[in-house]
Design a binder for this molecule. Sequence first.
Ligand SMILES: [Zn+2]
Length: 111
Amino acid sequence: MKTPIDPAAVIAEFFDAVAPYDPQPDADPVALVGVRTALGEAVFPMTDHVIRAMCRALASYRDPEDRGSCVECGGRHLDENLHCQDCGRLHGILGQVIAEHARRVAAEDPT
Ligand SMILES: [Zn+2]
């Protein structure tokens, strides 16, 4: 079971990590982000620097479940065997071998 995490603490940690590099730490915040959880409420003033840091973090983020998208249906739910959960298409070397075999069998089919 996953250990529950405190969302407000995660946000505070991100802000703390980027705040030392804010060129204008005293500038007016461009947004306020409110977080309400079972543990309580917190409001975080976001500077332009924090927003830009989030953009960079997002650009370099890749979900562990992200295995690309399906060439057949464009779905993004490939399992660890590169098997599309949406349409059933197999990807990777095994998927290619199976697809080629299926084509050969279909070509040989006299009906
Ligand atoms: Zn698919």
